[in-house]
Write a protein that binds this ligand. Structure first.
Ligand SMILES: [Ca+2]
Ligand SMILES: [Ca+2]
Length: 327
């Protein structure tokens, strides 16, 4: 009984790490156990961005085979829409799209491929149906959102040039109060289809009734006939600073955008558990993940259809950050 009691005391006092020898000359009853090294920290949620090439306004096609961008000097009305081929980490064979997507004497930018061969974008082009009021030209003021049927395809891998085909005219979305375009400047249409409806997110410095004083993020609802309602400001994402160029993930549960709310134009992300929830407080990805471009004016972020890549523009270059695998 005494031996048993001593053993228990010994176990309780030093545990099993060093055994329970009866004296200095006794060999240990079990080998020393070294503690395992701590596991390495998990990789950051978003990796260090890499530069792809010239351009801005980047966004992948839904199949991941193309990367749409805008490129050219905006101050000459030379901003047009260009498309790279994408093969994994390789982006090449940049091709400029033709009319009615890229046109002369206007800045055409913020491309957004949607379902099928449909492409949304913004443009400063004129027309009797123009909504935006032009500012000092050339520039981006008064840009409206458009939707055009336009096919872009990759031929066989051995063929570098992309093929493209206009499938109809570019239609300007309706002017307030019949649609989301306003007298202001609109950026970055982003269309998301959910079981709760199809919604168009974009930014503008005008709510249809009055200038807002800065770019704000709006949401418009698509009607069964394909028309879009006037936009409603998304209060959870907006500040008195510039809040612009939103892009919603395909599931409608994440949104990325650019904002200078902390003094420098950075990339932000907000999320929600379901489409009918409000957005979370936005996180600044540029500073949280120490993007090398953080000190620059970063613009027009977008998420790939598979949610694994985050694109944005900075210093005239397209950048991509890859999400660490979570499964
Ligand atoms: Ca704002
Ligand atoms: Ca920045």
């Amino acid at each position: 009984m005494k031996v048993l009691l001593m053993s228990c005391v010994c176990l309780l006092s030093v545990g099993a790490l060093v055994g329970c020898g009866g004296g200095d000359d006794d060999p240990p009853l079990s080998p020393p156990v070294t503690s395992n090294p701590p596991p390495p920290p998990p990789p950051p949620e978003w990796g260090t961005p890499a530069v792809i090439g010239p351009g801005g306004c980047p966004i992948e096609s839904r199949d991941g085979k193309l990367l749409y961008t805008a490129a050219g000097p905006a101050d000459t009305n030379g901003l047009d829409i260009w498309v790279y081929r994408r093969d994994g980490q390789t982006y090449d064979s940049r091709t400029k799209l033709g009319a009615p997507v890229s046109v002369a004497d206007a800045n055409d930018f913020c491309p957004t491929p949607v379902m099928g061969d449909w492409l949304m974008f913004v443009s400063t082009r004129g027309g009797t149906d123009k909504c935006g009021e032009p500012g000092p030209a050339p520039g981006l003021a008064g840009a409206d959102m458009f939707l055009a049927p336009y096919g872009v395809e990759r031929p066989a891998a051995s063929v570098m040039a992309l093929t493209q085909q206009s499938l109809g005219e570019a239609k300007r979305l309706g002017c307030y109060p019949n649609g989301p375009n306003t007298k202001g400047t609109s950026f970055s249409p982003s269309l998301v289809s959910t079981p709760d409806g199809t919604f168009l997110f974009y930014s503008s410095n005008h709510n249809g009734q009055a200038p807002t004083g800065s770019q704000d993020i709006f949401m418009s609802t698509m009607a069964p006939d394909g028309s879009f309602s006037p936009g409603v400001a998304v209060a959870a994402l907006n500040t008195t600073f510039e809040d612009q160029q939103p892009n919603v993930a395909r599931d409608g549960l994440s949104i990325v955008f650019a904002s200078n709310r902390t003094g420098n134009m950075d990339i932000y992300i907000a999320s929600r558990a379901k489409v009918t929830d409000d957005w979370s407080a936005p996180r600044n990805l540029s500073t949280e993940f120490k993007f090398p471009t953080a000190a620059s004016a970063e613009s027009r972020p977008s998420l790939s259809w598979d949610l694994q890549r985050l694109y944005y523009g900075a210093d005239g270059q397209v950048n991509v950050s890859t999400r660490a695998k979570t499964n």
